[in-house]
Design a protein. Structure first.
Ligand SMILES: Cc1ncc(COP(=O)(O)O)c(C=O)c1O
Length: 305
């Protein structure tokens, strides 16, 4: 039987349903996370990657949205471990926590409502092609500005922006969209942060560029500093820099580390996955699966040993 955590208890997934009048369904005010857990067959263990960090971001977003939940991030990690045990997950899995106003009232506001949380597991598989890389298009849709709907928050309504960009890219024959911010600088993908390599240096837009504060982005920064020992720079990136980059890759919980081999019909570097991207992927996947001792702190084991 598959369970979800739904409004305070574990219930069979078929019973984890909301009313059509639910306020957050109408106004996009739900806040959510995407978390992956990786199965290690040799360890007979399922490792949740960055569980605390994801729940801390969720609670930060909830605070901004006036959603006061009776849980700490530690509580939510414990609930997630219990859910994965109940569902006896022994394979790679994606976890989707979502917080919404359950009230059946029709006013788009954030106060005087009751937030609830649901958590369920999902068999995502690979989100994008991490081995051969993908073709991307600079979108005609601009990234949400911090003063309209902050991109920093994983709030449901903000994903209309992502859905528009992703759809345009797919209908134009590309795999993913890269969005520019309102100032015309490179922001991020529809569900990923972006990194470029130029003259051996790795560059990524800073937090002030209207992007999500990606947890994978942070992990990549650590790997670049500690393992690859390459220089990193956070600064505004112009669209035209994408066309002369030696390597481009996207990062995200779903996208993991996805190489970009073509942007707006121009080959990135040689058109093959670059050396820095490959090395980062290798390290990231090994760390996520509990194969690198020095990064075990990134993981929460689900089963008792
Ligand atoms: C718009 C957007 N940017 C970036 C990311 C990457 O964030 P993270 O690495 O925390 O999953 C995501 C995915 O959550 C996203 O939706």
């Amino acid at each position: 039987m598959e369970y979800a955590f739904f409004e305070g208890s574990f219930v069979p997934i078929e019973q984890a349903n909301i009313n059509i009048k639910t306020n957050s369904l109408h106004y996009g005010t739900a806040v959510f996370e995407g978390i992956r857990a990786y199965w290690n067959e040799a360890h007979r263990q399922l490792y949740i990657l960055f569980a605390r960090e994801h729940y801390q971001r969720l609670l930060n977003n909830c605070k901004a949205m006036f959603m006061n939940l009776p849980y700490s991030s530690e509580d939510l990690v414990r609930i997630t471990v219990e859910l994965l045990r109940k569902n006896q997950v022994r394979e790679d899995v994606y976890i989707r926590p979502i917080v919404y106003f359950k009230d059946l009232k029709l006013t788009p506001k954030l106060i005087d409502y009751t937030p609830e949380i649901a958590i369920y597991t999902y068999n995502f598989g690979r989100y994008l092609d991490t081995s051969e890389g993908i073709r991307v298009k600079v979108s005609s849709w601009r990234r949400n500005d911090d003063n309209s709907i902050p991109s920093r928050w994983k709030v449901a309504g903000a994903y209309v922006n992502s859905a528009l960009a992703k759809t345009e890219a797919l209908l134009s024959g590309y795999h993913e969209a890269i969005m520019l911010n309102q100032h015309g600088y490179v922001a991020e993908g529809s569900g990923e942060n972006i990194f470029l390599v130029r003259e051996g240096k790795v560059i990524t837009p800073s937090y002030s560029e209207h992007i999500l504060e990606g947890i994978t982005r942070n992990a990549v920064k650590k790997l670049l500093k500690n393992e690859l020992v390459v220089d990193m720079e956070e600064r505004p990136i112009s669209r035209s820099e994408l066309y002369v980059a030696e390597e481009i890759f996207l990062t995200g919980t779903a996208a993991e580390i996805t190489p970009v081999v073509e942007v707006d019909n121009r080959r990135v570097g040689s058109g093959k996955v670059g050396a820095i991207t490959r090395e980062l992927q290798e390290l990231y996947f090994r760390a996520a699966r509990g194969l690198l001792d020095r990064y075990m702190g990134w993981l929460t084991p689900v089963y008792e040993r």
